[in-house]
Design a protein around this ligand. Structure first.
Ligand code: SF4
Ligand code: SF4
Length: 167
């Protein structure tokens, strides 16, 4: 999710991110995160949308809520303002190495960046393995079809803490 990525700026559907990408097969097994180019880096994102949930931090632990950022489109799990997100949302985080390694962990346990950085392979449903952006939806690991609330409707985030296994 870097600011100047051309592929994502042009993306209008989840699948468009995975078409016509000239990358080495299974590049994620051959390079560390630090060695990846921007295209490779962006393709690692499975588009689950779970990093756009609001979280609470208490006594060194992160609690996810089911309240999503007001700019997330819950139908396709994409940011509606991707190109301008850091200008518009002051606490929107860039997914860089610092964010991936931050403690306590605030990225979901299915996040490709976190998985690779911690020595795991990509899951079988990852779009880079299936060739289909939809596979993250079909596997039920994205925000699609989950009970969500727009953060604009929330008064107290503590009322919306969720204990989903894939967070
Ligand atoms: S949690 Fe990770 S894989 Fe999912 S949308 Fe965010 S950056 Fe992408
Ligand atoms: S602005 Fe909101 S929806 Fe967009 S990337 Fe940031 S947290 Fe996610």
């Amino acid at each position: 999710m870097q600011k100047d990525n051309i592929q994502l700026k042009k993306a209008t559907t989840p699948q468009s991110r995975f078409k016509n990408q000239d990358v080495e097969p299974e590049f994620w097994k051959k390079k560390k995160l630090e060695e990846m180019n921007k295209t490779e880096w962006e393709l690692l994102c499975d588009g689950c949308g779970k990093c756009c949930l609001n979280k609470l931090e208490c006594k060194g632990k992160i609690y996810f809520t089911n309240a999503h950022c007001r700019f997330l489109n819950p139908k396709n799990c994409l940011c509606r303002i991707y190109e301008h997100r850091f200008d518009v949302v002051k606490d929107c985080r860039d997914i860089d190495l610092k964010a991936i390694r931050e403690k306590p962990r605030w990225l979901p346990r299915t996040c490709a960046y976190w998985l690779l950085d911690n020595g795991y392979d990509l899951p079988s449903w990852h779009p880079l393995k299936t060739g289909k952006a939809n596979s993250v939806f079909e596997a039920g690991v994205s925000l699609k079809n989950r009970p969500l609330i727009n953060e604009s409707e929330v008064e107290d985030y503590e009322d919306y803490i969720v204990d989903w296994q894939d967070l």
